[in-house]
Design a protein around this ligand. Structure first.
Ligand SMILES: [Zn+2]
Length: 318
């Protein structure tokens, strides 16, 4: 019996790993990892074999995909600037990808928010010369022990070299490599530490995890996120871009304004449905059973957050 039980567990493990390898998943719905390790560990391990793709966008700006959140790279004589740090398991392939763009050393790193799949690479990037800039709450969460219940994971304080030393307490504009880079703080949305980074001249914007292109987003209530904040951030993103803007989402393929609008409309519609059901006195399980995301599951539920999980995240905030 013991053999059978462990077979079942490793089989489930195997299936979960396969999904990660084929879709680049970094967070599994709870039902898939209930008896296995935290998705944080699974994702960190999966990063060891993940492929990194390099896409040149406009001018001297590119995107690396495949190591946690999307990484934007600006090259030039002031040194490379990275938006987000990826996961160290892919260090060798990130190093290769960065070298394929230019010989400039990495001098600047901006964290779009505190989550591990955007900051785990901080320490090694700092060790090769990057100064790290982030929202003050990113530094706060990385400095402390932080529990994320929905990931079943407690993060210990990050090592000193991983901590941001240039702290953003208000909007700021950088000038680097001939580019103008407004950094804007979102009011709490996906977390309480989200910032956008715009490349004004190239008309490109990295919007952190306030936008998951084609996927239901995770919302981190443990550090100040919420569905209403997500909707406000989505509205702000839509208002800020034009039809020509290249939009780099935290997760999912490079996007544009119409995809931002579709994402915003999805959030608003599901929020209204869930709120109406909750107002009728329905419990969380009853609301999940009512399938308020049904019309959206095929398009949006195929990545890491399925319709049931997203319903729970919305229910917690209405
Ligand atoms: Zn995130």
């Amino acid at each position: 019996m013991k053999t059978n039980a462990s077979f079942r567990i490793s089989r489930r493990h195997f299936l979960a790993s396969s999904i990660i390898v084929t879709t680049g998943v970094w967070l599994m719905p709870r039902r898939l990892f209930a008896e296995a390790e935290s998705p944080v560990i699974t994702i960190r391990n999966a990063a060891k074999t993940a492929k990194i793709s390099v896409t040149k966008l406009r001018g001297n700006i590119s995107v690396l995909e495949g190591s946690g959140g999307n990484i934007a790279v600006l090259t030039g004589s002031d040194g490379k600037l990275l938006v987000d740090a990826g996961i160290p398991g892919t260090r060798a392939r990130i190093t290769e990808a960065l070298a394929s763009l230019s010989n400039d050393p990495v001098k600047h790193l901006i964290n779009s928010h505190w989550h591990f799949d955007h900051t785990d690479g901080n320490e090694w990037l700092h060790s090769i010369g990057a100064e790290i800039m982030a929202h003050e709450n990113t530094r706060k969460h990385l400095s402390e022990t932080t529990r994320v219940e929905d990931w079943n994971f407690t993060f210990p304080p990050a090592p000193p070299g991983a901590l941001p030393t240039k702290i953003l307490t208000e909007d700021e504009t950088l000038h680097l490599n001939g580019a103008t880079l407004p950094l804007k703080i979102y009011p709490p949305a996906h977390t309480d530490s989200d910032i956008s980074v715009e490349f004004t001249d190239a008309d490109i914007i990295h919007v952190a995890d306030t936008f998951w292109n084609g996927h239901f987003p995770f919302i981190d209530y443990s550090t100040g996120g919420g569905i209403d904040g997500m909707i406000r951030a989505a509205e702000a993103n839509v208002a800020r871009v034009t039809g020509k803007t290249i939009v780099i989402p935290g997760h999912g393929p490079i996007g544009n304004k119409s995809q931002l609008i579709e994402f915003r409309d999805m959030l608003v519609t599901i929020r209204e449905k869930v709120a109406a059901l909750k107002k009728q006195g329905k419990s969380r399980d009853e609301v999940v059973a009512a399938k308020p995301t049904a019309n959206y599951d095929a398009k949006w539920g195929g990545f890491v957050i399925n319709g049931d999980f997203f319903t729970k995240l919305v229910y917690a905030g209405v």
